[in-house]
Ligand binder design. Sequence first.
Ligand SMILES: [Fe+2]
Length: 491
Amino acid sequence: MTHQTPPGTPGLRFPDILTFRDWFAPVRIEADIVDLEVEGSIPPGLDGAFFRLGADAQYPPMHGEDIYLNGDGMLTRIVFDNGHADLRSRFIRTERFKAERAARRSLFGHYRNPYFDDPSVAGVDRGTANTTVHWHAGKLYALKEDNRPMQVDPITMETIGIEDFGGKLDTVTFTAHPKVDPVTGEMLAFSYNPRGTASRETVIHTISAAGELLRSESFEAPYASMLHDFLISENWIIFTFGPMINDWERVKEGKPFFVWDPSYPSRVALIPRKEGVAGIIWVDCPDTVFETHNLNAFEEDGKLHLDHFIARGGWYVNFPHVSDPNPPEKPPFAERWTFDLNDIAAGYTSQRLFHLPGDMPTVDPRFLLSHCRHRWVGTINKQLGPMLPFGPMGPPFNCLAQIDELTGEHQWFYPGPNAAPEEPVFVPKSPDAPEGDGWLLCCIGRRDLNRSDLVILDSLNIGAGPVATIKIPFRLRYAFHGCFVPAAELA
Ligand SMILES: [Fe+2]
């Protein structure tokens, strides 16, 4: 045995801090359950696999504490097959995971910081593959923005390995939020910190519908910062830069990877898709903003509209304010920013799309890049029930909202007290169903029962409650993003 534990060494324990406590304690279960219990009926025609990806923790942190975002990728799949639901969960076998399993302890130190690792893993890929599970061109990817995609077999859920698109991907990072143009089938993606350290270089990638990396080109950001999501329209690629600053000198000192520094201005980069970065237009934001997650961008009547969640502060549960030890929380709200296509450089007008704070939005992905009528968001509506205690990712949602832009009506799905929904995933009822007519799949964390449900909601009538509740007999640790792959594509 190479890694024998010396006699008298204390047993394995996770620290008693928010990241690892109670509902957020590591789960680490790699499960296979055939035929989960189902309340109600799984809709006929809903055949395929729901995937969700989040951060679990194989081992306690190397340096006593850690943030939730630094956990190992844990992929959960629920397959729907003629009214039955089967579950499988697996850790992503990253290079990091394999090295730590062999050593039976953590070898990688602070979040995205290579300077405090065990010397035995110098040069080993630090990726955790823990943020988004994404399907493109017949391949399933586990994505995390500071590493290249990890490919996973969607049937066995075994990790295949790092995807470099036949050697064409020359960056060591790749966004967790690629966008697929439903008209061309192309996938657009980007890399920030593309060489692995803090950098203003930002690279845009175009990947064909067949999965071939066609083009990568770079532009210079105003500063090195977190760039979590972006938007595309028919003719534009749009980035919103906010001052979640990545200062490499701070990283070398072991300080948090990002710091919110509002002395830097926020700026929007608008890049014509055909011309590329040579045609970039910069617009200064009138205030200091941070984009969290995006709904959609579309062009209509000579205007370009960006629908996205915008905060006017940092993400303080994970990363500090540069000077304020107790900054007030400023949660994100959905906004529409509108540019005049005849004078883009003139700036934008903004309007709030929804009156409550929220995030983790979705629209019908078949209608991305066009003016969608329907959208769904995670939110906190205190009229339905109390807010749940803060977790290591901030305040949990207590409900989902369905927003009809045409009528202005809202519907709510409230899962009950002590329950928190994750990101909803939209599945159309049929390939040619009208925009928004589908099923919403959403994991619900039932804190008082210490287990989770997957609910299936009628997307246009979420207020009616689930058409089916799939009961998961254990706790799924809170996950970030998911997707659905139809059975025909999996085959
Ligand atoms: Fe995200």
